[in-house]
Design a protein around this ligand. Structure first.
Ligand code: SAM
Length: 336
């Protein structure tokens, strides 16, 4: 018999404290890294993104291990991680008392989660945990990209991570011939933009790879941009790949969700299944749909989506106060 399953709130905390917390990961080196991060790493006055990163981490860890064990999906070839908007690798949220909550972002999750994360969280039992074989990062901001590269070197001092790593700038210059040189049989792509940065022509290239995708669709940000785009429109035309979104220029009720449906339909129309987790900020206008974009060819339910669905259900029902209580409330010392 396996170990009894821990309550999901306990597992959520463990993900943060045991794996995703750079302060804990780097120990005495953290103050120096924090100093270096000043002006480069995003700092915001809420801790909501910890949920997003936990959900991505749960998925990435399960996924890499599952794909590696299904030979029919990876054809014994390399499985690779592509982060389209990698950031600096760390995000810092501040709670209502001003305490900082640093968390590893997508630029680090893909490297540490499949092996280090699963090992730490005790979910890999019989088999050795599996890494991605190569990791490719796009980040348009030079300072963030260089910080991320340095961070990867520091992480490498502590744990084993894929040594084949490559860093590029603008995801919209993605070159499939260049990517082909990595010899990847299978890709996991993460797209986590501020809003409409990724062009549909770029998405089409990504969708043509042998890839599954995690896309964080920033619903509230896109809705806020709509009135401006209705006057100008260039960025939205590029993002949606046509001007059908303009039919929503005179809507107000539920327009954000309608825009999202347009985008989701575009993706589904290309032979993909989309699952999504929807998270709302209750005290401020913050709302996203974290989409899993999966190729339809997998037969039956995709086995690696089970933990994502379980966490999604819990996270979607967690209001802001419950989140703060979860991470800042009593019982916390047990995890530190
Ligand atoms: C919401 S942040 C997410 C960062 C990262 N995924 C994380 O986990 O912290 C979006 C990032 O996309 C980057 N970005 C914006 N446009 C881009 C582009 N065309 N190509 C690559 N990166 C881009 C921004 O500089 C920013 O760091």
């Amino acid at each position: 018999m396996g170990r009894p399953k821990q309550d999901i709130s306990v597992r959520l905390k463990r993900h943060y404290y045991d794996v995703l917390n750079p302060e804990r990961f780097f120990g005495e080196k953290w103050p120096e890294i924090r100093k270096e991060a000043r002006g480069i790493v995003e700092v915001e006055n809420h801790i909501y993104p910890i949920l997003k990163y936990t959900l991505i981490a749960v998925y990435v860890g399960t996924y890499a291990n599952a794909i590696k064990s299904f030979k029919k999906y990876n054809k014994n070839g390399k499985i690779c991680y592509l982060d389209a908007t990698a950031g600096a690798g760390i995000y810092i949220g501040k709670d209502q008392k001003g305490k900082e909550w640093p968390v590893f972002g997508t630029g680090v999750i893909g490297l540490i989660m499949p092996a280090y994360g699963l090992k730490k969280l005790g979910t890999v039992k019989k088999k050795a945990p599996q890494h991605f074989d190569a990791a490719i990062f796009y980040e348009i901001d030079n300072k963030k990209r260089l910080f991320l590269q340095r961070l990867h070197k520091r992480i490498e001092d502590n744990v084993h991570i894929p040594s084949e790593r490559k860093y590029y700038s603008d995801i919209n210059t993605i070159d499939l011939d260049e990517l082909g040189k990595f010899g990847c049989a299978h890709w996991l792509v993460v797209i986590d933009p501020f809003g409409a940065e990724i062009k549909w022509s770029t998405m089409q290239k990504i969708l043509s790879l042998n890839a599954d995708i995690i896309f964080n669709y920033m619903c509230a940000a896109l809705r806020r941009q709509l009135p401006h785009q209705c006057k100008d429109g260039g960025a939205f035309d590029d993002f949606f790949g046509n001007s059908n979104w303009r039919s929503l220029c005179n809507y107000s009720e539920g327009v954000g969700e309608k825009l999202f449906e347009l985008y989701k339909n575009n993706i589904e129309g290309r032979g993909y299944t989309v699952y999504h987790a929807s998270v709302f900020g209750s005290s401020f206008d913050w709302h996203y749909h974290l989409m899993l974009i999966l190729r339809k060819k997998y037969r039956g339910d995709h086995p690696w989506t089970r933990p994502f669905k379980e966490y999604r259900k819990y996270i979607e029902e967690l209001d802001e106060e419950a989140l703060y209580n979860l991470f800042t409330g009593p019982g916390l010392t047990k995890f530190m």
